[in-house]
Write a new protein. Structure first.
Length: 577
């Protein structure tokens, strides 16, 4: 298989490792300690995903804890390794959670035999389902995009990240950068857990006028400190977002609620505003210095979908299509409660005066940003050029995100999309179109689909589109011009065995006629857009071999384009460490 242009351009690092002579001190049925040898950069920890998490306290030479993490240490077989950077580590204090009657004796666990010391960690792609032109982590687990901003020609993407396994745990801010929203370079970890808690989702801004006192053009991140309670903390960067220093006065906002999360900060009329998801509503706070915050108002208890937890809000002003006016859009992600189960992104249209958001939609109405199963945690970049509103989703669903058939990494981001507004039947809707950087990928016309291509389908009425391969795996898409709906059937798309919630048919309203469909195919995803942006649908697929056949029925014709991107990993990029 060809190398992937990991959409984080990965470092190809050769592992030079020696088998560890680990002799743990077993202190009980579920408790062990081990001394960490010095002289190499990493201790490679063997992971077995079916096992329960072992709790590891990393102690320094004074027996003070410098880090705590949860790792599914291998009991009888190794699925893969994850690197623990040794740094100050002198001793690991490990507590296992399994029952020795089923797991066996701690002294016999495979992890002790398989641990390795190494100066490097090999991130060469091993996954046939790693996307070619979507952002992914080099290894480990990724979910919500965080702290996204644009500065000096560079797009910065932070994300919820587990460096110690490919399932959700140990939440940290990973970091990637790009100059074109397509080719991504992995950067070192940005913000790691502390004694206030794990580092959950948040946002970042460029403080051009030094309102916070951290320096002109400092990058200031606000995030959840997820400990016994969820509180809001800040950290600042004087080097353009590469490294962060946590503010000594953290936390900066607290509230008596179990779900108090996902701060999105923006500048409005001389003040900073932050919108937070709090239970079944959002709350707005204001500040002049990013440190001291005043509660302003709440919104949402009577609006939209409330079948799950409200998360990852965003608020921005958008120009309406064809008219010289602007409206505010509030994005609000919810899990569960999506139109086809699990997680999804709803939105509200209205006005904002710096204190309150007034929604123009019917309170009982729910507007979805994307009608696929795999579009969630969508937020926008701070400071995007030319007044653009550029959004990026997480491309998965909490119903099965931990079980999808990859192991070196789990989860990708959906394509970046520019947002706008359109009016249909007197009502305002959000539009999503692939960002111009995505359109720049379009290459030559080819006869048949490939594992990475764009397909344009020009339609003049109802149409049926089937993508398939020689194994009989298929995805069926249907546009019904009379009903004004578009659907995608992935029931027989390939591997659907890992979750009962995965095989499904998703259906979207088209808000009028579709004249052209844009279909973006990557190794594990299909994203469908109405060329006018009125309909978007994002779905994962896991075919055993690429879809290389297409059939179109109805009054429609298709054109397949190859995509131009570099399929070689960059030897100059940095590992995500």
């Amino acid at each position: 298989m060809k190398k992937v242009m990991t959409t984080i351009a990965a470092a190809v690092l050769m592992v030079t490792s020696a088998q560890a002579q680990v002799r743990p001190k077993v202190l009980g049925e579920n408790h062990a300690m081990m001394r960490v040898e010095q002289g190499t950069k990493y201790l490679l920890l063997p992971v077995q995903e079916k096992e329960e998490n072992a709790h590891i306290a990393v102690l320094d030479g004074r027996n003070e804890m410098v880090k705590r993490l949860n790792v599914r240490l291998a009991v009888d077989k190794v699925d893969y390794f994850v690197p623990l950077e040794i740094k100050q580590a002198q001793l690991l204090d490990i507590t296992f959670q399994g029952d020795r009657r089923t797991t066996g004796a701690v002294k016999d666990f495979a992890c002790w035999k398989e641990m390795k010391y190494s100066d490097t960690f090999d991130t060469t792609n091993r996954e046939k389902f790693r996307p070619a032109y979507h952002h992914t982590p080099l290894y480990g687990w990724m979910n919500d995009p965080n702290g996204m901003f644009y500065k000096d020609g560079v797009w910065h993407l932070y994300y919820q990240y587990n460096p110690y396994g490919s399932q959700w745990e140990n939440m940290t801010w990973g970091h990637s950068t790009s100059k074109d929203l397509i080719h991504w370079e992995a950067q070192p970890l940005a913000i790691e857990a502390d004694w206030l808690g794990a580092i959950f989702s948040g946002s970042a801004v460029v403080d051009k006028e030094n309102t916070a006192g951290f320096g002109r053009n400092a990058v200031v991140a606000m995030y959840i400190s997820a400990g016994a309670a969820q509180t809001q903390s800040i950290a600042y960067s004087a080097d353009g977002g590469q490294t962060f220093t946590k503010y000594a006065g953290n936390p900066v906002i607290t509230y008596n609620a179990p779900d108090f999360r996902d701060p999105k900060v923006f500048w409005f009329e001389g003040r900073w505003i932050v919108v937070l998801a709090v239970g079944q509503e959002v709350q707005f706070y204001s500040s002049t210095n990013l440190k001291d915050w005043k509660y302003e108002s709440s919104f949402g208890r009577e609006y939209g979908n409330h079948d799950g937890v409200w998360e990852c809000p965003d608020l921005f002003k958008v120009k309406s299509e064809g008219v010289n006016s602007e409206k505010w859009v509030l994005l609000l992600n919810i899990n569960p409660g999506g139109p086809f189960g699990g997680s999804a992104t709803q939105y509200f249209v209205g006005t904002f005066d710096g204190r309150t958001f007034a929604c123009e939609d019917n309170p009982s109405e729910t507007k979805w940003m994307d009608y696929g199963k795999d579009h969630y945690a969508t937020v926008t970049f701070h400071g995007a050029p030319d007044g653009r509103i550029v959004a990026l989703p997480w491309m998965s669903n909490w119903q099965y995100a931990n079980q999808v058939p990859t192991q070196q990494f789990r989860s990708a981001n959906g394509l970046p999309r520019d947002l706008g507004l359109t009016t249909v039947g007197g009502e305002t809707y959000l539009t999503s179109t692939p960002s111009k950087e995505v359109s720049a990928l379009r290459g030559k016309k080819v006869k048949q689909p490939t594992e990475t291509c764009e397909i344009l389908v020009d339609v003049k009425g109802s149409a049926n589109i089937t993508l398939s391969n020689a194994k009989g795996e298929q995805v069926i898409m249907n546009y019904d011009a009379q009903k004004q709906t578009f659907s995608m059937d992935r029931m027989k798309s390939g591997d659907v065995s890992f979750s009962e919630a995965f095989p499904c048919v998703t259906t979207a309203p088209t808000y009028g006629s579709i004249h052209q469909l844009r279909l973006f195919i990557d190794r594990c995803s299909i994203e469908a857009f109405d060329s006018e942006g009125k309909m978007a649908m994002t779905n994962l697929v896991f075919p055993s071999e690429p879809y290389n056949m297409i059939k179109v029925k109805g009054n429609a014709k298709y054109t397949v384009y190859s995509l131009r991107f570099t399929d070689d990993m960059s030897a100059n990029s940095k590992p995500a460490m």
